[in-house]
Design a protein around this ligand. Structure first.
Ligand code: SF4
Length: 416
């Protein structure tokens, strides 16, 4: 198993590595982490020389699809035909299996990878045909897309949150799937429209493992931090406290616990005095990332965000009162946005910044698999760009919004 390894999305490879490590059929299969074309080619040649069947796993987000397709072509040009099977997985490949296969990948892994990668590797290791594996899509001899359903969804407790035997770590995923259905977001369409949580006992077991290895910073991965333990939109603060108090007990007072900040955020309507008191008591961060997205109620409603602009402002004010610096995510150029909506967003950002908040700016991208996939790319007019640059140079705005505007245009062009 060779992972075409890259910084973006590397934690997905670590999770899949953990899945292979913990199945008796695949635990001894050699795994390589090969970053870049040269390393992948080298790993394929070494595995071939050892007489092994070779599977190369690729995973990428939509903006990187064209780049990775070029890398695949470069690998193929330097290896013998049939030297390796190339499988692509992740949100983009799942949403666009046919385009992914036509770009040159042999197989697409639809949906979540834990069960699928175990089956695929075990099948190849036995010398059997991989096309029968549940969740594997391919092009048949006539160039037609053939799907084979979706693999079973993973119970988080049944898998390690990373690849411990290979010393490949990452944040502990505490929740997968999302009950919200924000129309720009791939998460609910990829991982399901309900929450699946890792149990407190299981999280604590892995936290103690990391502490034993000397880790001093503990981070979680979740689509919405304060939804831990909840089954619907209403937070379950008892469950959040059981998680945070338990982990704090395991890590002691000096190690750092990050909650509601990178790489996971908090929905604004979940911010209450009670929730903030819990975070302040057990977590180490004094900044919180809030999902805001727009200052226009009309655009928020059209995006099915499930909250209005006043809720964002109230959440940010509560954060400041409780000693947290709010970092508010905004998505510029959302579908249906008109000049009055843009003004409302700038007005909200100005009020937030005046009260000490930071703005984390993104540009809307029409992502495959989402209801907004056919929407026009987020476009920032010259005046909007000028105002954003002014916010940026004052230090109030940060983020990848400029690069994303370019990527959004590319995605939009390819989607038509
Ligand atoms: S943006 Fe966040 S809350 Fe909305 S669907 Fe995606 S993960 Fe869920």
């Amino acid at each position: 198993m060779i992972w075409a390894y890259r910084r973006t999305g590397k934690f997905a490879f670590h999770v899949l590595t953990g899945a292979l490590e913990t199945d008796a059929r695949t635990a001894d299969v050699p795994i390589e982490f090969a970053g870049g074309v040269d390393a992948v080619v080298d790993a394929i040649e070494r595995a071939q020389a050892a007489g092994r069947r070779v599977l190369v796993g690729w995973s990428f987000y939509s903006p990187d699809f064209a780049l990775l397709a070029r890398e695949l072509a470069a690998v193929r040009a330097r290896t013998t035909t049939g030297a390796a099977l190339h499988v692509a997985g992740g949100v983009h490949a799942t949403a666009e299996p046919e385009a992914t296969l036509r770009a040159g990948f042999d197989l697409v892994a639809i949906g979540e990878g834990e069960h699928l990668i175990r089956e695929l590797v075990a099948t190849l290791d036995r010398g059997d045909d991989p096309h029968g594996v549940r969740g594997v899509a391919r092009l048949d001899a006539h160039g037609e897309l053939q799907r084979n359903g979706r693999p079973e969804r993973a119970e988080l407790d049944a898998f390690p949150p990373f690849g411990p035997r290979h010393r490949r770590f990452g944040p502990i995923e505490i929740t997968r799937g999302c009950v919200y259905a924000c129309r720009f977001c791939q998460t609910p369409y990829f991982a399901g429209a309900s929450f699946r949580h890792r149990s407190v006992d299981n999280v604590r077991e892995w936290v103690r493992y990391l502490v034993g290895l000397g880790f001093r910073d503990l981070r979680f991965l979740t689509p919405t931090s304060l939804s831990y333990g909840a089954s619907g939109p209403e937070p379950d603060l008892t469950a959040v406290e059981a998680l945070l108090a338990g982990v704090r007990e395991d890590i002691g007072p000096d190690r750092r616990l990050w909650f509601g900040t990178f790489p996971s955020e908090v929905r604004p309507e979940h911010v209450t005095a009670g929730a903030l008191a819990l975070i302040a008591r057990y977590a180490s961060n004094r900044a919180l990332i809030l999902g805001g997205q727009s200052g226009s109620d009309r655009v928020l409603a059209h995006s099915e965000r499930g909250h209005d602009a006043a809720t964002i402002e109230r959440a940010a004010a509560l954060c400041s009162e409780h000693g947290f610096v709010p970092h508010v995510d905004f998505l510029f150029g959302l579908p249906g946005e008109e000049s009055a909506d843009v003004e409302a967003t700038f007005a909200l950002m100005d009020r937030l910044v005046a009260r000490g908040a930071k703005v984390h700016g993104h540009t809307f991208m029409p992502l495959p698999g989402t209801p907004f996939r056919r929407a026009a790319a987020g476009a920032l007019g010259p005046e909007v760009r000028r105002r954003l640059l002014a916010l940026s140079s004052s230090g109030a705005l940060y983020g990848q919004w400029q690069q994303q505007e370019h990527t959004a245009r590319e995605l939009s062009r390819r989607g038509r």
